[in-house]
Design a protein around this ligand. Structure first.
Ligand SMILES: O=C(O)CCC(=O)C(=O)O
Length: 298
């Protein structure tokens, strides 16, 4: 699916835009089930296992930051990952054996939908090697006003910046970190049906949605099968016993087979501990961990 030029671009820059990765029909179905899920959140009064609520959410105006684990709610989100062109992009970049760590649908509501402060996914979940990435499939057009993803090209080859604030893991870098230069940011706008890819070590973030349209991006976070999570990373895995872990892990295989001989690479690791008070989503981790905002200056 990807050309050699696209693969080289990803290796060099740590991100990639892939246009029209789903068909018009696939996109329409994804939009339909997503809007149904958003609609079904109207009577929800507190964030829960399914929904992360934004301020102002209510029966008249559903305002969500996120639908959690969409692939566990409707199998169509899983089908898109495993049966559409998305799968080919995955295998082109991570090889034949891959698993999913998580998925989330960041719904950034119109008129202020929350920013995601600058961070590197790796800081949340270091593994034995860094063959991990995230896909962001646009379910609606993404432009400069509705909170597009921004990335710092090439930062996946650099250091992992501190994601701690006052000794607690806050899930975001300090925008005043001398190693961070927002002037180098590239904004990833695109059409519904386009997809972005970002490397697990790439610095990225996104501003609030100041438009009157929702910004709907379906994120899949994926790993090569030989990349094993390190104990202490932010993961539900710790709560599972070995039997349940193994059953769960097999369910999370996207393509190929599990690998029981992790590849150990020379990668920079700081564990995301101690955790912030509320780690139920990145928004809550950043808020309750006291992350300084690059977007509001607070
Ligand atoms: O929704 C976004 O703009 C970024 C999401 C993200 O980076 C994350 O959830 O880790």
């Amino acid at each position: 699916m990807l050309t050699q030029e696209q693969k080289d671009f990803y290796a060099e820059n740590g991100y990639l835009k892939v246009e029209n990765v789903v068909t018009a029909q696939e996109l329409a179905r994804l939009q339909e089930i997503t809007h149904q899920l958003i609609d079904a959140s109207r009577d929800v009064t507190e964030s829960n296992d399914r929904y992360d609520l934004d301020t102002g959410h209510g029966p008249d105006v559903p305002r969500l930051t996120r639908i959690k684990l969409p692939h566990k709610i409707d199998p169509y989100y899983w089908d898109i990952l495993t049966k559409s062109k998305v799968r080919a992009v995955l295998n082109d970049l991570l090889g034949p054996d891959t698993y999913i760590n998580t998925a989330k649908l960041n719904t950034k509501a119109p008129g202020g939908g929350a920013a995601v402060e600058w961070h590197q996914d790796w800081a949340f979940y270091p593994h034995t090697n860094d063959s991990l990435l995230a896909f962001g499939l646009n379910l609606a057009d993404v432009d400069a006003a509705n909170g597009p993803l921004m990335v710092i090209p090439g930062s996946h080859k650099g250091p992992i910046l501190s994601h701690h604030h006052d000794g607690t893991f806050c899930g975001a870098i300090d925008p005043d970190d001398p190693l961070f230069d927002m002037d180098k940011a590239v904004t990833l706008t695109g059409k519904a049906g386009d997809m972005t890819v970002h490397h697990v070590r790439l610095l990225h973030g996104s501003a609030p949605n100041v438009s009157d349209r929702a910004r709907l991006i379906l994120f899949y976070e994926l790993a090569a099968a030989d990349a094993w999570p390190l104990l202490g990373a932010s993961s539900y895995i710790h709560e599972l016993g070995q039997q349940r872990f193994w059953a769960d892990f097999q369910e999370r295989m996207v393509t190929g087979t599990p690998c029981l001989t992790p590849r150990l690479a020379d990668v920079p690791v700081t564990l995301p501990l101690p955790p912030a008070k509320d780690i139920s989503s990145i928004f809550k981790t950043q808020q309750s961990g006291g992350a300084k905002s690059a977007f509001s200056g607070k």
